[in-house]
Design a protein around this ligand. Structure first.
Ligand SMILES: C[S@@+](CC[C@H](N)C(=O)[O-])C[C@H]1O[C@@H](n2cnc3c(N)ncnc32)[C@H](O)[C@@H]1O
Length: 373
């Protein structure tokens, strides 16, 4: 298979040696959550929009009008309660599934670790976890990204993958276009000459997308950094079990230990909306430092900055900040990544920003980045 075909075959439904077995009770609970979340999504785009229109007297209410119209409406209160409950139920059901199988998970991990490694993992005993990650369990993931109960704990990684899989199923992706596939397609179309020798994935988490980059560019060395040690432990073993060589380090994306100009392609997937604005600026500076001449930096994130997003949608996006432990969602929506790229050193002409529809699903991908001269 070519790199592109390998990448296509790797998606949200990829099964590997650490994948939990879904029993019939798990299936029932997860199907319930899937259907509830799907209905809530529909309710947001029809029912709540109608309430915002009726109450504001405008066909296209602004964010402020929507806020005024919805905040004291019973429909919005009910939708919030249900959405919050569905999110809690989602994590509870996934945590139960993973905890019940922790012995099998540990045994699989040991079996993978006993084989010769094709990639590498470097954890830092003295790693300083940024404060915002100590204070928040983003979108309610139990224990947050940095949770690690002992030196072999994998739970944060298992939960992050399972949560993402169920969430993607709810919004209709699943076996469809992945974040990494969308980025690679964009890069290949826009920078056809780019033939990366070294790729870096910032905030790589459980490593699903990082594996995608390694599969798309099989000749390149693919590296990833994240702050969570259990995430990285899981990402390493997951990749080893799939026989995808990844080189992972526990580092802050804003201050890595790689030399200047080391990478031809630097990517991040849904990292930026989860960091404070000052940290985003530092990450942009670090990307500029790490990019080789002619290298490409590309970040994929939530499309909340889109200028023509309807006002009621903008208001609903803020729900994430108020109710889903996404403290920087609003800051990100109001910030400008292109400006941050320019103040980090990029030429304004070299900066790109695009919204692209998912080829086989409902999502809008937001890509922003720059090529280094
Ligand atoms: C929403 S998750 C996305 C994970 C992965 N990129 C994906 O798309 O599946 C954001 C990730 O960024 C990591 N992260 C947050 N702040 C970071 C920082 N300053 N440096 C490195 N990683 C960070 C978190 O630990 C988490 O794994």
């Amino acid at each position: 298979m070519t790199g592109q075909e390998n990448l296509k075959a790797s998606n949200r439904s990829t099964v590997h040696a650490l994948s939990p077995q879904q029993g019939s009770t798990d299936r029932g609970r997860q199907n319930f959550i899937f259907h509830v979340k799907r209905q809530l999504g529909g309710m947001a785009s029809t029912g709540l929009q109608q309430v915002a229109r009726n109450r504001s007297g405008s066909d296209s209410p602004t964010r402020e009008q929507s806020s005024e119209a919805l905040l004291d409406s019973p429909a919005f209160a009910a939708w919030t309660a249900l959405s919050k409950g569905a999110q809690r139920q989602m994590w509870r059901s996934l945590d139960d599934m993973i905890e019940r199988q922790h012995e099998a998970l540990d045994a699989s991990a040991e079996a993978i670790a006993a084989k010769p490694s094709i990639g590498s993992l470097e954890l830092a005993a003295d790693f300083q976890i940024p404060e915002y990650l100590q204070q928040h369990a983003f979108h309610g993931q139990p224990g947050g990204y940095i949770n690690s109960r002992d030196a072999s704990d994998l739970r944060a990684g298992a939960l992050q993958e399972a949560g993402g899989t169920l969430y993607s199923r709810g919004i209709g992706s699943g076996k469809k276009d992945s974040k990494a596939a969308a980025v690679v397609r964009f890069v290949n179309e826009r920078f056809p000459q780019l033939d990366p020798k070294r790729v870096l994935d910032l905030g790589c988490g459980y490593g699903g997308q990082t594996c995608g980059y390694a599969q798309a560019f099989p000749e390149a060395e693919t590296c990833g950094v994240d702050v969570g040690e259990a995430l990285l432990r899981y990402a390493h073993l997951r990749a080893e079990s799939l026989r995808v060589p990844l080189h992972l380090r526990q580092e802050d994306a804003a201050r890595t230990s790689y030399p200047d100009g080391h990478f031809d392609l630097i990517v991040s997937n849904i990292l930026l909306h989860e960091v404070p604005t000052a940290k985003m600026q530092d990450i942009m500076r670090e990307c500029y430092r790490l990019a080789a001449p002619g290298g490409v930096v590309i970040h994929q994130d939530v499309p909340t900055q889109k200028a023509d997003m309807p006002g009621y949608r903008k208001f609903l996006a803020m729900w994430q900040t108020d109710h889903n432990d996404e403290p920087f969602w609003e800051n990100f929506a109001d910030s400008s990544v292109p400006d941050a790229l320019v103040s980090a050193g990029s030429d304004r002409q070299a900066v790109f920003e695009e919204y692209v529809g998912q080829i086989d699903g409902p999502l809008t991908w937001y890509f922003v980045g720059a090529q280094k001269p």
